[in-house]
Design a protein around this ligand. Structure first.
Ligand SMILES: Cc1cc2nc3c(=O)[nH]c(=O)nc-3n(C[C@H](O)[C@H](O)[C@H](O)COP(=O)(O)OP(=O)(O)OC[C@H]3O[C@@H](n4cnc5c(N)ncnc54)[C@H](O)[C@@H]3O)c2cc1C
Length: 392
């Protein structure tokens, strides 16, 4: 495939990394490349926490510092500023997980609102994000997705959840910060889509403030994008979309098999890739209606998007087009895109070390299962180490 940008430029990718940080990254990705070591590591971490062993220090100085911006906003802002020096903007996520009670959901709302406060008046932090299951129970979302009626107490809980969405969007709107709503499992996503659409109609009148996340590993999501476009034309609102491939493939497949229904996930990786690329093409063809955030580490999809954008005369810094990667991953994409004037964004999780552990484990597992991605990271680090040696 013809490339319009070379993503092999390790100097650009790792300009912000010291030699020690590069070595740490190499060591981490090497470990992660062995799935059995990830499994052992995960067991050891949980065991150490249970036995109250002081593992925080080790985690903090290794995997945490590589994938997280810090333990609090002071730490995180330093990373935000450093990325901004290379024209990369960021969005912060206070990564506490596993909320389960009404007070947990209120705590999650509070941390999202705090993140909005940190992001306000800071052009380098144009977005915030939250997970819908941080605001209300999975059971309720599943019932709503299946149109199962609520009892009185569930009704109250539902209203409280909707109110948490509203409070978030109101505050974000008043401070002109865009909001990503993360995508979750297919059996609760219909309810999430319904809520997000309702708020998009209300808040996205002149521009996209609210972004829903669409997982293209789901067979019918291209169709959903088309329906959403028709709705937006009819009801005159703008659509914000964070386009991803999807993070819950194994879980989706296991559930479908166990409960004996057709898996909603594409049968092959190629089908997912094709759908992802078609999703990009569809939105590019309607770029006046869509604000598009391409959340992906896949170099081929990003390259295809750039070629298509060029063909369609969509400028590099088009206000409706962003590219995003996770902190600590695919720096060759993030920094090269920024260098060429594209809107390039890093997702920065932060929070106390223990709270962020589930996020870190998911990152390790994800990288471990996509061996091509890990090898790509290792190759780039190796070539940068070699390059630095030749110039000293
Ligand atoms: C900024 C950002 C935000 C994100 N937000 C969300 C979110 O809100 N919700 C969410 O679910 N995920 C989210 N993700 C994760 C995302 O969905 C992917 O899991 C991850 O980015 C890996 O996909 P990739 O596009 O980077 O590329 P690749 O590494 O090329 O693709 C890996 C992905 O392809 C799919 N895949 C792999 N093997 C197969 C197969 N055999 N058959 C079918 N499909 C397959 C899976 O989706 C897998 O994750 C986000 C990612 C980023 C970068």
């Amino acid at each position: 495939m013809k490339k319009i940008i070379d993503f092999n430029d390790s100097k650009t990718a790792f300009e912000l990394k010291s030699n020690n940080e590069l070595q740490r990254a190499f060591f981490l990705f090497k470990l992660i490349s062995y799935p059995f070591l990830v499994t052992i590591g995960k067991t050891l971490v949980f065991l150490s926490i249970k036995l109250r062993l002081p593992v925080d220090f080790i985690i903090k100085n290794t995997v945490f510092d590589h994938f997280c911006a810090g333990i609090d906003d002071n730490d995180s802002i330093k990373v935000v500023n450093s990325l901004a020096s290379k024209k990369v903007s960021s969005y912060l996520h206070y990564s506490i997980e596993a909320a389960g009670s009404e007070s947990d959901y209120d705590k999650c709302l509070k941390s999202t609102l705090q993140t909005i406060d940190i992001s306000k008046n800071n052009l380098n932090l144009p977005f915030i994000v939250f997970k819908p299951t941080g605001y209300g129970s999975t059971d309720l979302l599943e019932k709503q997705s299946k149109s199962i009626p609520f009892n009185l107490s569930e009704n109250e809980k539902w209203e409280r959840m909707i109110n948490r969405f509203r409070i978030t969007f109101e505050k974000a709107k008043s401070l002109k910060i865009k909001v990503f709503v993360d995508a979750e499992e297919s059996w609760i996503q219909p309810a999430i889509d319904e809520i997000v659409e309702k708020f998009m109609i209300e808040y996205n009148r002149s521009e996209a403030l609210i972004f829903n996340t669409i997982q293209m590993y789901r067979k019918e999501r291209l169709e959903y994008l088309k329906q959403l476009k028709n709705k937006a034309v009819k009801l005159k609102f703008k659509i914000g979309i964070k386009l991803v491939r999807g993070a819950y493939m194994e879980k989706e497949r296991v559930r479908a098999k166990k409960m004996n229904y057709n898996s909603p996930i594409c049968n092959t990786k190629k089908d997912t890739d094709d759908q992802y690329n078609k999703g990009i093409e569809f939105m590019f063809n309607n770029i006046d209606l869509f604000s598009i955030f391409l959340g992906s580490h896949n170099e081929e999809s990003v390259s295809k998007a750039l070629i298509l954008a060029e063909k369609m005369s969509i400028s590099n810094n088009h206000p409706n087009l962003y590219f995003g990667q996770l902190y600590g991953m695919s720096d060759n994409l993030t920094f090269t895109l920024a260098k060429y004037g594209y809107n390039s964004v890093k997702y920065l999780p932060y929070g106390p070390v223990k709270e962020v552990i589930p996020f870190l484990i998911r990152r390790a597992e994800e990288n471990s299962s996509v061996s091509g991605q890990t090898n790509r990271e290792l190759d780039l680090i190796k070539s940068e180490v070699k390059r630095r040696k030749t110039i000293t």
